[in-house]
Ligand binder design. Sequence first.
Ligand code: ZN
Ligand code: ZN
Length: 347
Amino acid sequence: MFCPECGSTDKEMVGDICIDCFLKEFQMIELPKRIEVQICSHCNSKLEEGKWSEENIPEEEIIYRALERNIKIADEVSNEIINLEIDQIKGTLAYCFVEVTGEVHGTQIEETHDCEVKIQKTVCPSCSKMQSGYYETVVQFRADKREIKPEEYAKADEVVERTLIKQSSSDKLAYCPQIAKLKEGYDYYIGSFKSGKKVAESLKEEFGGIIKESPRLISEDKSTGKGLYRIWISVRIPEFEINDFIKYEDKIIQVHSISKNSFVGADISTNKKHNIPMKNMDDIELVKKANEVETTTIISKSPSIIQILDPSDYSAVDLEMKDEFADYNIGDEIKLIKIDNYIYLLN
Ligand SMILES: [Zn+2]
Ligand SMILES: [Zn+2]
């Protein structure tokens, strides 16, 4: 075949020209002379193809990846070996070169390219949101019909912090820019709705109670008609605490344990255990606090009657004997709670 470029007739042809003329113009890889990478100076995440990646990776690795991503290899190349080198880093500029060896139409060739990688320090959207105090959710920590105790606030702070640390591996907006300490409870401002919801669930898990979400429209984008919502999530923990006495479906129950979705207690008349769903919290009436339990003395007993002293006026009161008091003796101390003018003995 005849090469129109060099006139030779005895060479392998690539399309219309000979291999030598083809290789004169051919480049195995394409690589820009300069690549810019944007890195968040706070969290080290970087901007790639318009998206911020959340990985926290070392600077050299960022440079290598930027080179790799920008190399385009021609289809004709086979068995290529690409060697990336950082020659030197001056400030935010890395001087790099790329060596390639490969085979093109049976001929082994090599080439080198220079490239500068510029690392631009900036602030990613998540970090700038955090810096500006941006939040999507407010978690309101409240107690039903009572004040929250200092130790409950301390515990709640701990639960919120622990939850946000756990969330931060998957959510960059898992932060709390502000805690508003109001008389009725704390308002925890949370960066994202997702993490705010988790915070509310963790509080409920710790204290029991009822969660209610209410979205509030903050502003409306006139051009799209889309609203910006913030979600207020209230966590209302029960009025009653462990060992308190409550009335539920006409039974007086002493609370033994409180969990996320229910609480367990025993009917003080029958000693029967009850598991009451937390969602029925509003049907529950707190009748006596645990610290209102009194102590008295047994003054006589028979198989059917147990007689005690009423601690308020020292009058003798006959009460029905129950199995659980059979082992008590005259003169023993016994606990009682008075509810609606009735005395209940406690085991
Ligand atoms: Zn030629
Ligand atoms: Zn960042």
